[in-house]
Design a protein around this ligand. Structure first.
Ligand code: NAD
Length: 358
Protein backbone atom coordinates (compact mmCIF):
# COMPACT_ATOMS: atom_id res chain seq x y z
CA UNK A 1 0.00 0.00 0.00
CA UNK A 2 1.46 3.35 -1.04
CA UNK A 3 0.39 6.49 0.75
CA UNK A 4 0.46 9.18 -1.91
CA UNK A 5 -0.55 12.83 -1.71
CA UNK A 6 -3.30 13.55 -4.24
CA UNK A 7 -3.79 17.18 -5.28
CA UNK A 8 -6.86 17.33 -7.55
CA UNK A 9 -6.05 20.89 -8.70
CA UNK A 10 -8.63 23.22 -10.24
CA UNK A 11 -10.30 23.86 -13.62
CA UNK A 12 -10.43 20.44 -15.28
CA UNK A 13 -7.92 19.07 -12.73
CA UNK A 14 -10.42 17.22 -10.48
CA UNK A 15 -12.01 15.39 -13.46
CA UNK A 16 -8.76 14.15 -14.94
CA UNK A 17 -7.19 13.20 -11.60
CA UNK A 18 -10.34 11.26 -10.69
CA UNK A 19 -9.96 9.36 -13.98
CA UNK A 20 -6.26 8.73 -13.27
CA UNK A 21 -6.96 7.48 -9.75
CA UNK A 22 -9.49 4.94 -11.04
CA UNK A 23 -7.10 3.71 -13.71
CA UNK A 24 -4.16 3.47 -11.29
CA UNK A 25 -6.25 1.51 -8.79
CA UNK A 26 -7.37 -0.86 -11.56
CA UNK A 27 -3.73 -1.97 -12.04
CA UNK A 28 -4.06 -3.78 -8.71
CA UNK A 29 -1.44 -1.61 -6.97
CA UNK A 30 -2.87 -0.45 -3.64
CA UNK A 31 -2.93 3.26 -2.85
CA UNK A 32 -3.96 5.18 0.23
CA UNK A 33 -4.64 8.67 -1.18
CA UNK A 34 -3.98 11.65 1.07
CA UNK A 35 -6.23 14.21 -0.67
CA UNK A 36 -4.98 17.80 -0.36
CA UNK A 37 -6.70 20.65 -2.15
CA UNK A 38 -4.68 23.62 -3.38
CA UNK A 39 -5.19 26.42 -5.87
CA UNK A 40 -7.69 29.16 -6.60
CA UNK A 41 -10.63 27.96 -4.44
CA UNK A 42 -8.30 27.24 -1.52
CA UNK A 43 -6.87 30.75 -1.91
CA UNK A 44 -10.39 32.18 -1.48
CA UNK A 45 -11.20 29.89 1.48
CA UNK A 46 -7.87 29.78 3.34
CA UNK A 47 -6.07 32.91 2.08
CA UNK A 48 -3.18 30.84 0.70
CA UNK A 49 -3.35 28.76 -2.50
CA UNK A 50 -0.67 26.38 -1.18
CA UNK A 51 -1.29 25.93 2.56
CA UNK A 52 1.41 24.40 4.73
CA UNK A 53 -0.70 21.22 5.16
CA UNK A 54 -0.16 20.39 1.46
CA UNK A 55 3.62 20.70 1.73
CA UNK A 56 3.61 18.77 5.03
CA UNK A 57 1.66 15.94 3.37
CA UNK A 58 4.14 15.66 0.46
CA UNK A 59 7.08 15.82 2.87
CA UNK A 60 5.56 12.95 4.84
CA UNK A 61 4.46 10.78 1.91
CA UNK A 62 7.42 11.71 -0.36
CA UNK A 63 5.33 11.14 -3.49
CA UNK A 64 2.41 13.16 -4.92
CA UNK A 65 0.30 13.23 -8.04
CA UNK A 66 -1.41 16.50 -8.91
CA UNK A 67 -3.87 18.00 -11.33
CA UNK A 68 -3.11 21.35 -12.93
CA UNK A 69 -3.60 24.54 -10.95
CA UNK A 70 -4.60 27.89 -12.45
CA UNK A 71 -2.19 30.81 -12.07
CA UNK A 72 -3.68 34.28 -12.35
CA UNK A 73 -1.87 36.26 -15.08
CA UNK A 74 0.06 39.37 -14.06
CA UNK A 75 -1.55 39.82 -10.64
CA UNK A 76 -2.83 37.68 -7.74
CA UNK A 77 -0.94 34.84 -6.11
CA UNK A 78 2.34 33.37 -7.35
CA UNK A 79 2.15 30.11 -9.26
CA UNK A 80 1.43 27.22 -6.88
CA UNK A 81 3.22 24.94 -9.33
CA UNK A 82 6.41 26.99 -9.28
CA UNK A 83 6.29 27.43 -5.48
CA UNK A 84 5.85 23.69 -4.99
CA UNK A 85 8.83 22.88 -7.21
CA UNK A 86 11.03 25.43 -5.49
CA UNK A 87 9.97 24.69 -1.90
CA UNK A 88 10.46 20.94 -2.27
CA UNK A 89 13.57 21.42 -4.42
CA UNK A 90 12.10 19.30 -7.21
CA UNK A 91 14.89 20.29 -9.54
CA UNK A 92 14.30 17.86 -12.42
CA UNK A 93 11.23 18.30 -14.54
CA UNK A 94 11.13 15.16 -16.66
CA UNK A 95 8.78 15.19 -19.65
CA UNK A 96 8.75 12.22 -22.00
CA UNK A 97 7.21 12.84 -25.43
CA UNK A 98 6.57 9.58 -27.21
CA UNK A 99 4.36 8.82 -30.21
CA UNK A 100 1.66 6.23 -29.64
CA UNK A 101 0.44 4.29 -32.67
CA UNK A 102 -2.92 5.67 -33.73
CA UNK A 103 -2.41 9.10 -32.13
CA UNK A 104 -3.05 12.06 -34.43
CA UNK A 105 0.49 13.32 -35.13
CA UNK A 106 2.59 14.67 -37.98
CA UNK A 107 5.50 12.43 -36.99
CA UNK A 108 6.00 8.75 -36.24
CA UNK A 109 8.32 6.87 -33.89
CA UNK A 110 9.36 9.82 -31.77
CA UNK A 111 10.69 9.18 -28.31
CA UNK A 112 12.11 12.33 -26.75
CA UNK A 113 12.66 13.04 -23.07
CA UNK A 114 12.95 16.61 -21.86
CA UNK A 115 14.88 17.47 -18.71
CA UNK A 116 13.88 20.96 -17.69
CA UNK A 117 15.70 22.63 -14.80
CA UNK A 118 12.98 23.49 -12.33
CA UNK A 119 14.33 25.89 -9.70
CA UNK A 120 16.18 28.82 -11.26
CA UNK A 121 16.43 30.96 -14.43
CA UNK A 122 13.79 33.61 -15.22
CA UNK A 123 11.33 31.30 -13.45
CA UNK A 124 13.04 31.92 -10.09
CA UNK A 125 10.36 34.50 -9.39
CA UNK A 126 12.80 37.29 -8.52
CA UNK A 127 10.93 40.20 -10.01
CA UNK A 128 10.58 43.92 -9.43
CA UNK A 129 7.49 45.81 -10.46
CA UNK A 130 7.82 48.97 -12.56
CA UNK A 131 8.39 52.05 -10.34
CA UNK A 132 9.03 49.90 -7.23
CA UNK A 133 11.89 50.63 -4.87
CA UNK A 134 13.55 47.39 -6.00
CA UNK A 135 13.28 48.23 -9.70
CA UNK A 136 14.71 51.71 -9.07
CA UNK A 137 17.59 50.31 -7.00
CA UNK A 138 18.50 47.79 -9.70
CA UNK A 139 18.36 50.42 -12.43
CA UNK A 140 20.74 52.61 -10.38
CA UNK A 141 23.06 49.70 -9.60
CA UNK A 142 23.28 48.59 -13.24
CA UNK A 143 24.06 52.16 -14.28
CA UNK A 144 26.80 52.33 -11.67
CA UNK A 145 28.32 48.90 -12.41
CA UNK A 146 28.15 48.81 -16.17
CA UNK A 147 27.18 52.25 -17.38
CA UNK A 148 24.26 50.63 -19.20
CA UNK A 149 20.89 52.23 -18.78
CA UNK A 150 17.66 50.41 -18.24
CA UNK A 151 14.62 52.53 -19.15
CA UNK A 152 13.13 53.97 -15.93
CA UNK A 153 9.65 52.65 -16.75
CA UNK A 154 10.86 49.02 -16.80
CA UNK A 155 9.69 46.00 -14.82
CA UNK A 156 12.57 43.67 -14.07
CA UNK A 157 12.91 39.86 -13.85
CA UNK A 158 16.23 38.35 -12.79
CA UNK A 159 17.74 35.31 -14.50
CA UNK A 160 20.05 33.39 -12.17
CA UNK A 161 21.71 30.20 -13.45
CA UNK A 162 24.17 28.51 -11.11
CA UNK A 163 26.88 25.87 -11.39
CA UNK A 164 25.11 23.88 -8.65
CA UNK A 165 21.70 24.03 -10.32
CA UNK A 166 23.05 23.20 -13.76
CA UNK A 167 25.29 20.40 -12.64
CA UNK A 168 22.51 18.46 -10.93
CA UNK A 169 19.98 18.74 -13.79
CA UNK A 170 22.56 17.78 -16.43
CA UNK A 171 23.70 14.89 -14.26
CA UNK A 172 20.09 13.77 -13.83
CA UNK A 173 19.70 13.75 -17.62
CA UNK A 174 22.84 11.66 -18.10
CA UNK A 175 21.94 9.28 -15.27
CA UNK A 176 18.53 8.75 -16.89
CA UNK A 177 20.24 8.17 -20.26
CA UNK A 178 22.51 5.59 -18.72
CA UNK A 179 19.75 3.72 -16.85
CA UNK A 180 17.42 3.68 -19.83
CA UNK A 181 19.98 2.85 -22.54
CA UNK A 182 19.50 6.15 -24.37
CA UNK A 183 22.08 7.32 -26.87
CA UNK A 184 22.41 11.10 -26.73
CA UNK A 185 21.98 14.17 -24.53
CA UNK A 186 21.57 17.60 -26.14
CA UNK A 187 22.06 20.72 -23.99
CA UNK A 188 19.98 23.66 -25.21
CA UNK A 189 20.94 27.29 -24.53
CA UNK A 190 21.46 30.80 -25.88
CA UNK A 191 25.07 31.08 -24.75
CA UNK A 192 26.02 33.26 -27.70
CA UNK A 193 23.90 36.09 -26.27
CA UNK A 194 23.61 35.39 -22.53
CA UNK A 195 27.24 34.57 -21.94
CA UNK A 196 27.20 34.52 -18.15
CA UNK A 197 23.96 32.63 -17.51
CA UNK A 198 23.40 30.37 -20.54
CA UNK A 199 27.16 30.38 -21.15
CA UNK A 200 27.63 28.91 -17.70
CA UNK A 201 24.89 26.35 -18.37
CA UNK A 202 26.78 25.23 -21.47
CA UNK A 203 30.19 25.16 -19.79
CA UNK A 204 28.90 23.05 -16.88
CA UNK A 205 26.99 20.74 -19.27
CA UNK A 206 30.19 20.07 -21.19
CA UNK A 207 32.03 19.31 -17.97
CA UNK A 208 29.38 16.88 -16.68
CA UNK A 209 29.23 15.17 -20.11
CA UNK A 210 32.87 14.13 -19.70
CA UNK A 211 31.79 11.80 -16.85
CA UNK A 212 29.58 9.86 -19.30
CA UNK A 213 31.85 9.01 -22.24
CA UNK A 214 29.49 6.29 -23.54
CA UNK A 215 26.67 8.75 -24.14
CA UNK A 216 26.91 11.19 -27.02
CA UNK A 217 26.73 14.85 -26.04
CA UNK A 218 26.02 17.89 -28.18
CA UNK A 219 24.65 21.38 -27.67
CA UNK A 220 22.21 23.47 -29.67
CA UNK A 221 21.18 27.10 -29.56
CA UNK A 222 17.52 27.34 -28.57
CA UNK A 223 16.22 29.02 -31.74
CA UNK A 224 17.96 26.47 -33.96
CA UNK A 225 16.68 23.71 -31.67
CA UNK A 226 13.08 24.81 -32.22
CA UNK A 227 13.49 24.65 -35.98
CA UNK A 228 15.29 21.30 -35.81
CA UNK A 229 12.57 19.82 -33.61
CA UNK A 230 9.97 20.73 -36.21
CA UNK A 231 12.05 19.59 -39.21
CA UNK A 232 13.84 16.48 -37.94
CA UNK A 233 12.82 15.59 -34.38
CA UNK A 234 13.95 11.98 -34.86
CA UNK A 235 17.57 13.15 -34.50
CA UNK A 236 17.03 13.94 -30.81
CA UNK A 237 16.84 11.76 -27.75
CA UNK A 238 17.25 13.55 -24.40
CA UNK A 239 17.19 17.34 -24.19
CA UNK A 240 18.40 19.23 -21.12
CA UNK A 241 17.38 22.86 -20.80
CA UNK A 242 17.25 25.78 -18.38
CA UNK A 243 13.82 26.39 -16.89
CA UNK A 244 12.19 28.82 -19.33
CA UNK A 245 13.36 27.17 -22.57
CA UNK A 246 12.38 23.83 -21.02
CA UNK A 247 8.88 25.15 -20.40
CA UNK A 248 8.42 26.33 -23.98
CA UNK A 249 10.08 23.36 -25.67
CA UNK A 250 7.99 20.94 -23.56
CA UNK A 251 4.83 22.24 -25.22
CA UNK A 252 6.50 22.18 -28.64
CA UNK A 253 7.52 18.55 -28.11
CA UNK A 254 4.02 17.72 -26.83
CA UNK A 255 2.71 19.09 -30.13
CA UNK A 256 5.01 16.73 -32.03
CA UNK A 257 3.46 13.66 -30.41
CA UNK A 258 -0.21 14.60 -30.55
CA UNK A 259 -0.77 17.55 -28.23
CA UNK A 260 -0.84 18.44 -24.58
CA UNK A 261 -3.43 15.77 -23.85
CA UNK A 262 -0.65 13.22 -24.29
CA UNK A 263 2.26 14.85 -22.46
CA UNK A 264 3.03 13.60 -18.95
CA UNK A 265 5.57 14.92 -16.49
CA UNK A 266 7.36 14.43 -13.21
CA UNK A 267 9.02 16.93 -10.89
CA UNK A 268 11.74 15.04 -9.09
CA UNK A 269 14.20 16.06 -6.38
CA UNK A 270 16.52 14.05 -4.16
CA UNK A 271 13.78 13.53 -1.56
CA UNK A 272 10.37 14.06 -3.12
CA UNK A 273 8.57 13.59 -6.42
CA UNK A 274 5.41 15.25 -7.75
CA UNK A 275 3.84 13.80 -10.90
CA UNK A 276 1.72 16.03 -13.11
CA UNK A 277 0.71 16.61 -16.73
CA UNK A 278 2.56 19.21 -18.79
CA UNK A 279 -0.71 20.96 -19.60
CA UNK A 280 -2.60 23.52 -17.54
CA UNK A 281 -6.09 23.59 -16.07
CA UNK A 282 -7.93 24.20 -19.41
CA UNK A 283 -10.54 26.17 -17.42
CA UNK A 284 -12.95 26.65 -20.32
CA UNK A 285 -13.75 22.91 -20.18
CA UNK A 286 -14.18 22.75 -16.39
CA UNK A 287 -16.92 20.33 -15.31
CA UNK A 288 -17.72 19.18 -18.87
CA UNK A 289 -16.17 15.69 -18.54
CA UNK A 290 -14.56 16.41 -21.91
CA UNK A 291 -10.78 16.82 -21.78
CA UNK A 292 -8.19 14.13 -22.23
CA UNK A 293 -7.17 12.37 -19.01
CA UNK A 294 -4.18 10.66 -20.65
CA UNK A 295 -1.48 13.12 -19.64
CA UNK A 296 -2.26 12.59 -15.95
CA UNK A 297 -2.65 8.84 -16.50
CA UNK A 298 0.75 8.74 -18.25
CA UNK A 299 2.17 10.77 -15.34
CA UNK A 300 0.70 8.03 -13.14
CA UNK A 301 2.65 5.45 -15.16
CA UNK A 302 5.81 7.45 -14.45
CA UNK A 303 4.84 7.37 -10.77
CA UNK A 304 4.37 3.59 -10.84
CA UNK A 305 7.88 3.21 -12.26
CA UNK A 306 9.26 5.61 -9.63
CA UNK A 307 7.62 3.46 -6.93
CA UNK A 308 9.25 0.37 -8.44
CA UNK A 309 5.92 -1.01 -9.76
CA UNK A 310 7.41 -1.65 -13.18
CA UNK A 311 5.10 -4.52 -14.11
CA UNK A 312 1.97 -2.49 -13.33
CA UNK A 313 3.44 0.44 -15.26
CA UNK A 314 4.01 -1.71 -18.32
CA UNK A 315 0.58 -3.29 -18.10
CA UNK A 316 -1.03 0.14 -17.92
CA UNK A 317 1.08 1.48 -20.77
CA UNK A 318 -0.08 -1.43 -22.94
CA UNK A 319 -3.73 -0.75 -22.02
CA UNK A 320 -3.31 2.94 -22.90
CA UNK A 321 -1.57 2.04 -26.18
CA UNK A 322 -4.41 -0.32 -27.12
CA UNK A 323 -7.09 2.31 -26.50
CA UNK A 324 -5.18 4.90 -28.52
CA UNK A 325 -4.55 2.49 -31.38
CA UNK A 326 -8.23 1.51 -31.58
CA UNK A 327 -9.11 5.21 -31.67
CA UNK A 328 -12.70 4.56 -30.62
CA UNK A 329 -12.81 5.51 -26.94
CA UNK A 330 -10.63 8.60 -27.12
CA UNK A 331 -11.47 12.20 -26.28
CA UNK A 332 -12.27 14.90 -28.86
CA UNK A 333 -8.66 16.11 -29.16
CA UNK A 334 -7.58 12.68 -30.41
CA UNK A 335 -10.36 12.33 -32.98
CA UNK A 336 -9.84 13.39 -36.63
CA UNK A 337 -11.87 16.55 -35.94
CA UNK A 338 -12.58 18.12 -32.54
CA UNK A 339 -16.35 18.12 -33.13
CA UNK A 340 -16.47 14.36 -33.80
CA UNK A 341 -19.71 13.18 -32.13
CA UNK A 342 -18.16 9.79 -31.27
CA UNK A 343 -15.57 11.38 -28.94
CA UNK A 344 -15.33 9.70 -25.54
CA UNK A 345 -15.75 11.63 -22.32
CA UNK A 346 -12.94 11.96 -19.78
CA UNK A 347 -14.45 9.21 -17.63
CA UNK A 348 -15.38 7.14 -20.70
CA UNK A 349 -11.77 7.04 -21.83
CA UNK A 350 -10.68 5.99 -18.34
CA UNK A 351 -13.29 3.20 -18.41
CA UNK A 352 -11.96 1.99 -21.76
CA UNK A 353 -8.41 1.83 -20.37
CA UNK A 354 -9.65 -0.04 -17.30
CA UNK A 355 -11.45 -2.45 -19.65
CA UNK A 356 -8.12 -3.27 -21.31
CA UNK A 357 -6.51 -3.97 -17.93
CA UNK A 358 -8.98 -6.74 -17.14
P1 NAD B 1 -3.62 24.80 -20.90
O1 NAD B 1 -2.57 23.73 -20.96
O2 NAD B 1 -4.61 24.71 -19.81
O3 NAD B 1 -4.41 24.82 -22.29
C1 NAD B 1 -3.75 25.01 -23.54
C2 NAD B 1 -4.63 24.40 -24.63
O4 NAD B 1 -4.58 22.98 -24.54
C3 NAD B 1 -6.11 24.78 -24.50
O5 NAD B 1 -6.67 24.88 -25.79
C4 NAD B 1 -6.70 23.62 -23.76
O6 NAD B 1 -8.07 23.46 -23.99
C5 NAD B 1 -5.88 22.45 -24.31
N1 NAD B 1 -5.74 21.38 -23.32
C6 NAD B 1 -5.09 21.43 -22.15
N2 NAD B 1 -5.21 20.30 -21.48
C7 NAD B 1 -5.95 19.48 -22.26
C8 NAD B 1 -6.41 18.15 -22.10
N3 NAD B 1 -6.16 17.43 -21.01
N4 NAD B 1 -7.18 17.62 -23.09
C9 NAD B 1 -7.47 18.32 -24.18
N5 NAD B 1 -7.06 19.59 -24.39
C10 NAD B 1 -6.29 20.16 -23.43
O7 NAD B 1 -2.82 26.15 -20.90
P2 NAD B 1 -3.32 27.64 -20.59
O8 NAD B 1 -4.68 27.87 -21.15
O9 NAD B 1 -2.17 28.47 -21.01
O10 NAD B 1 -3.36 27.67 -19.01
C11 NAD B 1 -4.53 27.56 -18.22
C12 NAD B 1 -4.13 27.70 -16.77
O11 NAD B 1 -3.32 26.59 -16.36
C13 NAD B 1 -3.30 28.95 -16.48
O12 NAD B 1 -3.75 29.51 -15.28
C14 NAD B 1 -1.89 28.40 -16.33
O13 NAD B 1 -1.09 29.20 -15.50
C15 NAD B 1 -2.16 27.06 -15.70
N6 NAD B 1 -1.06 26.08 -15.92
C16 NAD B 1 -0.85 25.21 -14.91
C17 NAD B 1 0.10 24.22 -15.06
C18 NAD B 1 0.32 23.27 -13.93
O14 NAD B 1 -0.53 23.14 -13.06
N7 NAD B 1 1.44 22.58 -13.88
C19 NAD B 1 0.82 24.10 -16.26
C20 NAD B 1 0.53 25.00 -17.30
C21 NAD B 1 -0.42 25.98 -17.12
Amino acid sequence: MYRVTLIPGDGTGPEITEAAVRVLEATGVKFDWDIQNAGEDVYHDEGNPLPERVLASIKKNKVAIKGPITTPVGTGFRSVNVTLRQTLDLYSCVRPCKTYKGAKTRYENLDLVIFRENTEDLYAGIEYQKDSEGARAIIDLVKKLSDRSIRPDSGISIKPISVYGTERIVRAAFEYAQKNARRKVTAVHKANIMKYSDGLFLEVSRKVAKDYPDIEFEDKIIDNMCMQLVQKPELYDILVLPNLYGDVVSDLAAGLVGGLGLAPGANIGDEYAVFEATHGSAPKYKGLNKVNPLAVILSGIMMLRYLGEVEAAEKLDSAVSAVIEEGRNVTYDMKPTPDDPSAATTSGMADAIIGKLR
